[in-house]
Design a protein around this ligand. Structure first.
Ligand SMILES: Nc1ncnc2c1ncn2[C@@H]1O[C@H](COP(=O)(O)OP(=O)(O)O)[C@@H](O)[C@H]1O
Ligand SMILES: [Mg+2]
Length: 432
């Protein structure tokens, strides 16, 4: 660690960024955090301020803001800036600024599903059987002959909407047509992956890496569907808990050996060394763990639960990822469970109202309850209002999973706005 304090530029406006700001602010190494653009919660984090005068997609303006304010550490929260090459841009135009996040080449592991599937095949990393297609006719023919149930995935970024799990052959044909012919997701549908439907429990693992050392946070489980019992349409994620008992210690070791290690080593070998947070989505099938996808940044809402258990200094860990010194660090994880319940706007993931006034009572940190904002903003009058679909989340830690879950639902009671909806069964599968 240099004697220079970290002056952070954090890009993003979701629950993940509120959580990152909250955790980074706890570090003695961190002097200030500028969040572009931030949300109604990040503005209140110690040492933090929201910056709304700079557009988060304008890399030149971000470099200028960083230089004008002596910021020395860039943390891009979401995938879009990473896939667009923000890391390389900063390295080129502001070489003195550390960037926590992979290069554009490495970010293809999230930015292109066909690329990541081919990577897994090259490195014999277990994943669903698949074929990639750029030709609509060929993809259509394949659907007629394929013997297994399929999942259809648009290749590029589609804000969590580019994956279809068809119930029957006609739904599969329709999904393929929307993606490849009707261009529902634009260029993200230039190619598609058609893969085998896997069955099992789905888990997420967040791993910090400097390209060699891998330090993983405890395994988490997200809840993608909007409604209880995993019904209704997919969302960005309605709640998480960690550690999930649905994977054993032995299975985690297997995941390390057959997935994480070959992934990080393979990326280095191919000249796209991974520095940052690698999110591996896995299905625990009866034939062992299989990778569903990689993301190249912290998960949202996995981070809210996982970082609530992290006792280590996150800023030091992130800096070590940038400087290639992660081997000198260990993760200190609280021997607790954590649970996050996301509160969404009525109608989400379909159309929903924005600008609904909200009331949020102070969470009691000593009780292990935290409220992380996502789609919120402050009106000119200082009134907190909704501004997105996934609005806000309550996270809690507890000595048992049951306790963490109960406290998180107590935390939800601190939140009030018209039309609010949330799942009542977060962690239900694990508690059964
Ligand atoms: N092969 C598969 N078998 C079963 N379910 C899958 C498969 N691939 C994806 N899914 C489901 O679809 C969700 C979204 O797919 P994913 O590959 O994570 O894409 P994205 O997060 O970019 O939308 C996953 O979280 C998982 O629930
Ligand atoms: Mg996913």
């Amino acid at each position: 660690m240099t004697s220079d304090k970290l002056r952070v530029l954090l890009v993003g406006n979701g629950g993940r960024e509120h959580t990152l700001a909250w955790k980074l602010a706890q570090s003695d190494q961190v002097e200030c955090i500028h969040i572009v653009p931030g949300n109604g919660g990040t503005a209140g984090v110690p040492k933090s301020e929201n910056i709304t005068t700079v557009k988060d997609t304008n890399f030149a303006a971000l470099v200028k803001h960083a230089q004008d304010n002596n910021l020395n550490f860039l943390v891009p929260g979401p995938e879009a800036p990473l896939v667009a090459g923000i890391t390389d841009y900063f390295h080129q135009h502001a070489p003195g600024i550390h960037v926590f996040g992979p290069s554009q080449a490495a970010a293809r592991m999230e930015g292109s599903k066909t690329f990541s599937k081919d990577f897994m095949k090259r490195h014999m990393i277990p994943t669903a059987a698949y074929e990639n297609f750029t030709d609509y006719g060929a993809a259509k023919n394949y659907l007629e002959v394929v013997s297994h149930s399929v999942v259809i995935k648009a290749d590029g970024l589609a804000a969590g909407k580019g994956v279809v799990i068809p119930q029957d052959a006609s739904e599969a044909r329709h999904a393929l047509e929307s993606i490849m012919a009707d261009r529902e997701f634009g260029d993200a549908g230039n190619s598609v992956v058609i893969e085998e439907l896997l069955e099992g429990d789905e888990i997420s693992i967040l791993s910090l890496s400097d390209g060699e050392t891998i330090l993983s946070l405890p395994p988490a489980q997200d809840h993608k569907r909007i409604a209880d019992g995993d019904t209704g349409p997919n969302t960005g994620g309605m709640g998480t808990y960690t550690p999930t008992p649905l994977v054993t210690k032995e299975q985690l070791e297997e995941i390390d050996r057959v997935v994480l290690r070959p992934t990080i080593d393979g990326m280095k070998k191919e000249g796209m060394t991974f520095r940052g947070c690698l999110f591996t989505g896995l299905m625990m099938t009866k034939d062992g763990p299989k990778v569903l996808e990689y993301n190249v940044r912290f998960g949202d809402p996995e981070s809210q639960s996982c970082l609530a258990l992290l006792q280590s200094d996150l800023a030091e860990l992130m800096l070590a990822c940038c400087t290639g010194t992660l081997s000198q660090h260990k993760l200190s994880i609280a021997p607790l469970s954590a649970c996050t319940v996301v509160v969404a706007a009525g109608g989400y993931p379909g159309s929903y109202a924005k600008g609904t006034p909200m009331k949020v009572k102070e969470a009691k940190v000593e009780d292990g309850v935290f409220v992380f904002h996502a789609g919120t903003g402050l009106g000119e009058d200082g009134q907190l209002k909704t501004s997105g679909g996934r609005v806000i989340a309550a996270t809690a830690t507890g000595g048992t999973l049951r306790e963490a879950v109960d406290k998180a639902y107590q935390g939800v009671k601190l939140i009030e706005f018209e039309g609010m909806q949330y799942r009542k069964d977060i962690a239900g599968r694990a508690l059964k």
